[in-house]
Ligand binder design. Structure first.
Ligand code: ADP
Ligand code: MG
Length: 693
């Protein structure tokens, strides 16, 4: 019995070279071939009359050669006219051999497949596939539609088809190898075909199915596979959650004196939403099992102070807290905020980033290991192997969308103490639609801070072309004269930090020369953290009026007096990112402004996108519109959220399945606990980080 887990080279006709090419398509083992689906189909199941061909249609025809000509004019070509009882058509070849030319003698019968187009003399087919019919009874038609697979250079459709056919045949012979893990009751309820049937339909569809139906992606056969894949992802996270929840976690008890003291020393009162979310977290902390909670809240909704309060609960219960931020800038700012908020508490707060070296690093590691540091704030450097905790009880991850699902899961392994797993609080300002969140964060409970602190005024946003730059500069000048501060953000299409920095440097130079009175400073990702720190501090202390920045300031920067932001080339960024950037202003109670200065001409979609930003400040509305304009596929992309990659499912096309998956998950988990592991293995492979936890 040949296992579907064996490499493709086990199949006949697949050598080292072909297998290398298959690898480029992500096909390594035999099973991968089975789930490599065609992206379109050709109908060679019936011969159609030539006269019935329409421009653009692809069909199988059968005719007799009337004449064949070699045309020397322009590009040398071989032209062959064939006809059947209904009419004639021209076949045109630009690449051909002499024997090909001589074989197409008048009177020869051929069958031929290709796309009919409009040519000089009526319809023609350029480079058709054709076969000379030597025997009058020769079989011309295929029994099923012909699949066309996504391929790569040097890999012919024929090779792919043969390989897939062999793989499918193996499945049939080794019945049981490709088990259908979806319970019968679910299949019936959604009218999904069995796995075998679905694969048969997609790889070798019956002639009765139209190629259109197959290609528009709505066939139950395809839906069933996409469903299975999404279910596998969902179940993976759910199973992971169950595993985690089987662990014990420290119970944190509220120390009312400390909590009151903390809250009273804040310069504001918490919003209702903040209090509600805190109550949800407090309830989690009472459980003996690890909390895994996502706090979603728009930019400026005040997530950090919620995190700090939670840290206090861990501290007063005798446990350490790790706070992780995606950028150094943000980590430093949290560090300062935490230092400030915990001023009156006897707690050592440490800071750790990749930049920290030598003895200072050693000292921090020591303080974490011996427990003398109660809180550590840092970047992902926190989760390197060398970092050991004494009694880690709570992990806080800010701006979680910047980290992948895998990273998030890997972190959970950290800080185990006497079988106690730390609680986890992850925060994100990226609102994603509910169904999407339930798939992507199915291992997390979700809390939403759906209220901004009082007195916040919406940022007034305008969209103007870059040729009005002088006006913008005049506006900055005027603004700064009123003792107010501003940002100027430079973006670049390339994800190149270096180019972005250069652009920011140039802009800074230019602005310095036209605005000599204005105190201008530059901040970008290639500066040392100490330098960045100095600049940020100076900006906070109002020693700088205008901060020229790259998108490094996207998250976290918090200067209430800076109420004007210019974003250059906003058309290059995603809506969510722009919304995040804009969230840097409008933090005080003053009027604040954002100028989106685009490079003309704008595409229609770009204009619409910027318009959305101008019209609303609500992150959830922006996310929804973004979804409408781009489809969830992109929203789920690596840039915006954690990475989830699918072989077959396509969230733009299959979004309704997210609902289905949630409806079915419990049934599946109850009916088929034995199927969980193999299903995960089938769709996510063995080497997932998930298996570790
Ligand atoms: P985000 O949710 O975007 O991370 P932050 O935690 O940075 O937001 O908070 C934004 C600003 O609002 C900070 O200056 C913070 O101190 C302040 N803030 C937080 N909560 C409140 C509140 N309840 N009332 C007033 N200001 C608040
Ligand atoms: Mg924040």
């Amino acid at each position: 019995m040949i296992s579907l887990e064996l490499p493709v080279t086990t199949l006949t006709g697949i050598g080292a070279q072909t297998s290398k090419r298959l690898e480029k398509l992500g096909i390594h083992k035999i099973q991968d071939l089975i789930f490599h689906l065609p992206y379109r189909y050709e109908d060679k199941t019936r011969v159609v009359p030539i006269a019935s061909l329409l421009t653009g249609s692809c069909a199988l025809i059968c005719g007799t050669v009337e004449f064949t000509d070699l045309l020397p004019r322009g590009r040398k070509s071989l032209v062959c006219r064939i006809s059947d009882a209904s009419g004639f058509i021209t076949l045109r070849f630009y690449h051909f051999t002499a024997s090909q030319a001589s074989a197409l003698k008048p009177g020869t019968k051929i069958s031929c497949f290709g796309e009919a187009r409009h040519g000089f003399a009526g319809l023609e087919i350029i480079h058709p596939e054709y076969t000379v019919i030597s025997h009058p009874n020769a079989l011309i038609t295929e029994t099923s539609l012909t699949p066309v697979y996504p391929s790569t250079e040097g890999l012919s459709q024929n090779t792919l088809r043969k390989a897939v056919r062999q793989a499918l045949l193996l499945c049939q012979k080794n019945a049981g190898e490709l088990t259908d893990w979806i319970p019968q009751s679910i299949l019936q309820h959604y009218s999904y075909p069995t796995l075998d049937k679905a694969l048969q339909t997609l790889h070798a569809p019956d002639a009765s199915i139209s190629t259109d139906d197959l290609q528009n992606g709505q066939l139950p056969a395809l839906k069933r596979l996409a469903f299975e894949e999404l279910l596998a992802h969902y179940v993976t996270l759910r199973a992971n959650k169950m595993t985690i929840q089987a662990f014990l976690a420290p119970q944190f008890n509220k120390n009312s004196i400390a909590s009151d003291h903390f809250l009273r020393s804040l310069p504001f009162t918490l919003t209702g939403a903040q209090q509600r979310v805190i109550a949800e977290i407090e309830a989690d902390f009472q459980q003996a099992h690890p909390m895994m909670r996502l706090v979603q809240g728009d930019v400026g909704s005040g997530k950090t102070v919620v995190a700090a309060y939670c840290a206090l609960l861990a501290l007063t219960s005798g446990f350490q807290v790790a706070v992780m931020a995606p950028t150094e800038l943000l980590a430093e700012q949290h560090f300062r905020n935490f230092q400030h908020w915990f001023e009156n508490f006897d707690t050592h707060i440490a800071y750790l980033s990749g930049q920290l070296k030598g003895n200072s690093r050693k000292a921090v590691l020591q303080a974490l290991a011996d427990g003398s540091a109660g809180i550590v704030v840092g970047t992902h450097a926190l989760f390197q192997d060398s970092v050991q905790f004494h009694r880690l009880g709570l992990i806080i991850i800010d701006e979680q969308h910047r980290f992948g699902v895998h990273q998030r899961l890997a972190l959970r392994a950290k800080g185990q103490l006497d079988n106690l797993k730390p609680h986890q609080l992850v925060m994100t300002a990226t609102p994603i639609p509910r169904t999407l969140a339930m798939l992507q964060y199915s291992d997390l409970d979700i809390s939403i801070i759906d209220e901004l602190p009082p007195g916040r005024k919406p940022v007034v946003t305008s969209v103007i072309p870059a040729d009005r730059r002088d006006e913008v500069i005049a506006r900055i000048n005027h603004w700064v004269r009123q003792n107010k501060q501003a940002y100027w953000v430079c973006t670049l299409i390339e994800e190149s930090e270096a180019l972005q920095c250069e652009a920011a440097e140039k802009t800074a130079e230019r602005l310095m020369s036209v605005l000599p009175e204005v105190r201008i400073a530059l901040i970008h990702g290639r500066m040392k953290s100490a330098e960045k720190d100095l600049v940020m501090q100076a900006f906070k202390n109002q020693q700088i009026d205008l901060l020229i920045a790259t998108t490094v300031i996207e998250v976290g920067v918090d200067v209430a007096n800076a109420g004007l932001m210019i974003i250059e080339n906003p058309e290059r960024l995603g809506l969510s990112q722009l919304h995040q950037l804009r969230g840097r202003v409008g933090r005080g109670g003053h009027d604040s402004y954002c100028v989106l200065m685009y490079q003309a001409p704008l595409s229609d979609t770009a204009r619409q996108r910027l318009g959305i930003l101008r019209d609303t400040n609500d992150g959830f509305v922006i996310a929804e519109k973004d979804l409408e304009l781009r489809g969830p596929g992109e929203l789920m992309g690596t840039r915006q959220t954690g990475q989830m990659h699918f072989k077959i499912a396509n969230l733009a096309r299959d979004s309704e399945l997210l609902e289905t998956v949630q409806q079915c998950a419990d049934t599946f988990l109850n009916l088929s606990p034995h199927a969980i592991a193999p299903l995960i293995k089938r769709w996510l492979g063995e080497a997932t980080d998930y298996s570790e936890v």
